[in-house]
Design a protein around this ligand. Structure first.
Ligand SMILES: O=C(O)c1[nH]c(=O)[nH]c(=O)c1Cl
Length: 310
């Protein structure tokens, strides 16, 4: 994502964009992203049919991040296909489309429609929605993930990416990397989706904070930064021919710097965008540029992946 941005005189690639799900369900939100200082934009994960999603309250900020169980509310894939068809690719910034089929058959139908339209947008296939009651997420079923990729990668033909849940076991990093390595046009991995099925409780009322699923929802924001950094670095080390998009706990230039040091080529913003709005992108670009200047780095590639160990 090298939409350059000129901050304090230096032109830097603008590595920031929204995490799918935040500020991207409706066209007016997407337009706000186009007009923001983000380097790209991505749409809300689409399903075949439009969905209302789970009952509210379904998103809440917490002291160290947020909890959410949206339930895949979206306008249906044809809405985003129409948006992608009318998008001005030469004049704006890169457009990513997130697809989250409720079955492989649904994913095939949506992918076939986007492939038939032959557009410059980039597909990010979501393997990790943790909030559809009764639907275990693909990201934790490695055989099902492999089977899905075996079907979808040849269909997509062009470079595409997948959105992965966080993993917490070295053997899982190895297994998932081995699956991903099999698909040469799987060009990027977006790490990480929320940490699934956390529970936030109100001490006074002794009640779960969000309504869906008895209060169980995905954890995001500051509290998942270190898990996100580990996943970005684990796949960066294991998949040198692929790019990693880092997401999880980025609230300032500092966390963005850490994600890039861990190996990220681009950085998505979720909870902080939800709380601060699209103005967050101008601040993040400025803060990252200041950190780079202070450390004597001229480009992202001067430090990307250069994490040292003891
Ligand atoms: O509940 C959601 O809509 C949702 N929530 C998440 O935390 N990650 C996802 O990928 C999705 Cl699709």
């Amino acid at each position: 994502v090298d939409i350059s941005t000129s901050i304090s005189g230096t032109t830097l690639p603008n590595v920031f964009f929204n995490a799918s799900g935040v500020w991207c369900q409706h066209e007016d939100e997407l337009q706000a992203m186009v007009e923001s200082h983000s380097g790209a934009l991505i749409t809300k994960s689409a399903t075949l049919a439009p969905r209302q999603g789970n009952p509210s309250p379904r998103y809440l900020p917490l002291p160290l991040g947020s909890i959410s169980s949206m339930g895949l509310p979206n306008e249906g894939y044809e809405y985003y296909l129409r948006y992608a068809c009318s998008f001005n690719y030469s004049r704006t910034k890169p457009l990513f489309i997130s697809l989250s089929g409720l079955s492989l058959g649904d994913s095939v139908k949506m992918v076939e429609a986007f492939v038939a339209a032959d557009l410059p947008c980039m597909l990010e296939i979501n393997f990790s929605c943790p909030n559809v009651p009764g639907k275990p997420q693909l990201g934790y079923d490695f055989e099902a993930m492999d089977a899905a990729l075996a079907t979808l990668a040849p269909l997509i033909k062009k470079p595409f990416g997948i959105k992965l849940p966080p993993f917490f076991d070295i053997a899982h990093f190895d297994l998932v990397a081995a699956v991903c390595q099999k698909y040469s046009n799987l060009a990027f991995l977006t790490c990480v989706n929320s940490i699934g099925n956390g529970l936030a409780i109100d001490f006074e009322t002794e009640t779960a904070l969000i309504k869906p699923k008895d209060g169980y929802g995905g954890l995001s924001g500051a509290m998942i930064l270190n898990t996100a950094l580990a996943n970005v670095n684990a796949f960066y080390r294991r998949l040198p021919d692929k790019q990693i998009i880092g997401v999880g706990g980025v609230a300032s230039g500092k966390e963005a710097f850490l994600h890039i040091l861990a190996g990220a080529s681009a950085v998505q913003i979720g909870t902080q965008l939800m709380e601060e709005g699209p103005a967050v992108f101008e601040r993040l670009n400025k803060e990252l540029a200041e950190i780079m200047a202070a450390k004597g780095y001229n480009t992202i590639e001067d430090f990307r992946g250069r994490l040292k160990t003891l």
